[in-house]
Design a protein around this ligand. Sequence first.
Ligand SMILES: Cc1cc2nc3c(=O)[nH]c(=O)nc-3n(C[C@H](O)[C@H](O)[C@H](O)COP(=O)(O)OP(=O)(O)OC[C@H]3O[C@@H](n4cnc5c(N)ncnc54)[C@H](O)[C@@H]3O)c2cc1C
Length: 438
Amino acid sequence: MPLRNPQIRLNIFWFRRDLRLTDNTGLYQALTSGTPVLGLFIFDTDIIDKLHKNDLRITFIHNNLRLLNLFLHISGSAIVVKKGKPVDIFKHLADTFSVEAVYTNEDYEPYARKRDAEVSVYLKSKGIHLKSHKDQVIFAPHEILKKDGSPYTVYTPYARAWLEKFEHISLDIKPIELLLDNFVKATPDKIDEIEDFGFVENRMPVPDPVLNARILQNYAAERDFPALQVTSGLGAHLRFGKVSVRNIAKQAKAHSPIFLGELIWREFFMQILYHFPHVAEKSFKPNYDNIEWRNNESEFVAWCEGRTGYPLVDAGMRELLATGTMHNRVRMVVASFLTKHLLIDWRWGETFFAEKLMDFELSANNGNWQWAAGSGCDAAPYFRIFNPAEQTKKFDKELAYIRKWVSEFDTFDYPKPIVEHAFARERALLTYKKGLNS
Ligand SMILES: Cc1cc2nc3c(=O)[nH]c(=O)nc-3n(C[C@H](O)[C@H](O)[C@H](O)COP(=O)(O)OP(=O)(O)OC[C@H]3O[C@@H](n4cnc5c(N)ncnc54)[C@H](O)[C@@H]3O)c2cc1C
């Protein structure tokens, strides 16, 4: 532990999905509390023990911790990075230092809420307050409710209520520059290498997000065309809080209501998972759990590897494998294809995405998979079955996206379609109908 004076009274700021200094609500509160602040990040073994050794998100987090550490060095401080169960780490820190309070930002996922409740009970037993602040959202799940206090389950009225409230809030960005001196002084320590946390570096590049007035102004017209690559690329950056959602929402408000609508979808699904945590395992609409999925394993593998013989589907899956991301329009097509054409349980696709997506977010992934399968709140009706060929005509007419990812397209090496579209469509309609009426 690199502190010069272990007797010092301090506050801890616990970084989680907010890996930035600027406009970080909990951090700002900690730094203005009058007590020096120690920055902490925990590689939570309850989460990371389930991940592959070369998980790309761990590399992303590790790189960003190193970046944060560099900034903290400027003010003579350092971030403490530990691996373990959070309660155990806090036991150690509370025994080692005189901790006044632990500041953090709210996390609304089921596991995070359980973890934070346990940490809070432990800290309380030591007379230490856990102070949680709203940061990753404009509106927390309990802030947008119907008049009778129940949660919204349909996007449009939720979005209306969200926008109404949004008109009346200020989006002031909390500056950090003058507060950097309020971090605990520590010898500039290096963060352990990624291997010391049990992982290996994943060298997949993560492009920096680009958001400017031009992109936002053209977003509504261009966002559905995967070859253009004109969406923001903010997914992982929002997921891990590298950017402030208030800052993004401010720009969206000025230039693009459609883009703002996507940020509302993000919060819509977050509040669905918060109020209806059963969706993490089950269909939002219970009768969709009666569908008899075919769950053919070799077809699933062909889908995962981008070998279905449907070029748009294969291009999307290959983009995912090569980059850790996939264009939203294509995500919709591949999800519809898996659940409808192949009749494979949406949870299989959801799990595969969760493993591969750099921007994996439980609420958005689950909400969108259930949307595609028809089982979710406000979902696509089950009889809406994307036709990959029609989607290609509409959104990749020049085949630029397909050619980029499927190099053997148009050659004899490219596989034949795994199933015929009209047959698969009829089979899906019958299977869904049967399941929903049983
Ligand atoms: C089957 C499926 C699974 C998905 N899984 C995820 C996931 O795990 N994590 C994730 O962040 N998004 C997910 N999405 C939503 C969407 O595809 C991605 O947010 C988007 O493609 C990320 O690229 P971008 O940052 O360039 O998006 P942009 O179009 O630039 O959008 C900006 C931001 O708005 C939010 N957003 C956009 N669309 C949605 C949406 N439909 N639902 C919720 N938030 C949205 C994201 O935070 C995104 O970064 C999924 C969509 C589908 C169809």
